[in-house]
Design a protein around this ligand. Sequence first.
Ligand code: ZN
Ligand code: ZN
Length: 568
Amino acid sequence: MRASAKAISCTHPSLHLSHPNIESFVWNNLIRASTRSRVQNPAFPPALSLYLRMRLHAVLPDLHTFPFLLQSINTPHRGRQLHAQILLLGLANDPFVQTSLINMYSSCGTPTFARQAFDEITQPDLPSWNAIIHANAKAGMIHIARKLFDQMPEKNVISWSCMIHGYVSCGEYKAALSLFRSLQTLEGSQLRPNEFTMSSVLSACARLGALQHGKWVHAYIDKTGMKIDVVLGTSLIDMYAKCGSIERAKCIFDNLGPEKDVMAWSAMITAFSMHGLSEECLELFARMVNDGVRPNAVTFVAVLCACVHGGLVSEGNEYFKRMMNEYGVSPMIQHYGCMVDLYSRAGRIEDAWNVVKSMPMEPDVMIWGALLNGARIHGDVETCEIAITKLLELDPANSSAYVLLSNVYAKLGRWREVRHLRDLMEVRGIKKLPGCSLVEVDGVIREFFAGDNSHPELLNLYVMLDEIMKRLEKHGYERNTGEVLLDLDEEGKEFALSLHSEKLAIAYCFLRTSPGTTIRIVKNLRICSDCHVAIKIISKEFNREIIVRDCNRFHHFKNGLCSCKDYW
Ligand code: ZN
Ligand code: ZN
């Protein structure tokens, strides 16, 4: 998030006042200037070497020396040494130094030290509270952050933003939205969210696919007269795209005007790409280059993904070369991943292998997963077995790898291997990640889990689902039981399939929304081919547009067809 650095950066309030000691003033300014160096994480920070020279010249550091110096520290060991000096020099009572210490320990990845520094403060001021909340949230200790947040004697907009942003970065999107709501309803408060808060909130809506919430946040931004600059605009594009509304994303993009930077262009290119609009994506890429904006690594991930989704093998190959030769972007593992995906889905397993062999880095889970998926589609059992071995070496608890391989075996009727895999999962204590689908109905986000039998409206849901399935069967739908993991009997398999979370979510929407309303579902796993077939028929027979975002891309189901053209 581009705004995050801005939100908690601070300047010593007395920095610009006349300085009593001219010698330390000069050194402090040198230290300050050196922290602006563009070199990331140098082995020995220039600010630290300046500090040592300052001490060699017997110049006494003062309050203004440490805040900037601490910003450049990248190891907790050095941080502890400076902390000791601060104590010796008797500067530990300065609030600005205190906050800088917390921030330093946090950015060194040592939240416990940050907490110690915080606990040593007798009367922490607002910036120290904010710093310790940020430190805990950043380290994933969101519940501790929340406890501190609730304990704070007073809060400013930075406190709220830090906490909301913390929830988003820990994946607790619903909590982020609910905290934003409480900020809205705070009685008698003059606090107004800023662009940074709104970016985090939009990001939560995007992850949840909560279009109604997202629209409401957009309306709020308009109402409060906040300017939609390129940063906020990019967040809005991302939100609308991830919530399935490509038209709105496009509208925001078109209104952004000429100040669009590479982030904004890339957000829109990514939007087209994830919606499977490969042609629009590549056209926009050409427009961006024409406008003189230089594409970066992120842009190329989107462009290559568009080629994957469109099955555009030779184009993908072309862009991959252009990226390196024309734009000097060295391929990262994500780009190699796209190339492996591109070739293996198209059945060119050998070319995919060549990409894997040509990579300068070790292939990761994504690479082997892409190879496995392509090999699975094209029935290349040998490649599947190699890929899965590699996958499980890297990530022994990867349940979806087991599931994919067992699907391959199941398709071939090799039930002994399926059973063996299932035993292996049991012995290793690996649980299949439950499928989960989210829908937003009347502004409330509902979650459905595969085979969920705890839902309060279970009976109604099952009756509705049964009705839907019966009508589908009249129109030639046959349950595709090939993709069910367990070697259950046929009836058991059918039952397991009908309980996939997206089907439950659709049944719920049929109960709760009026006919013709578009249904939007966000799913955590890849949609299975049985659900894909079923939803296509539902979209026609019940005349409903259904938009499903799975972990890979969007599927727009309309009139019996899907936008992915069954290639996903
Ligand atoms: Zn399914
Ligand atoms: Zn589809």
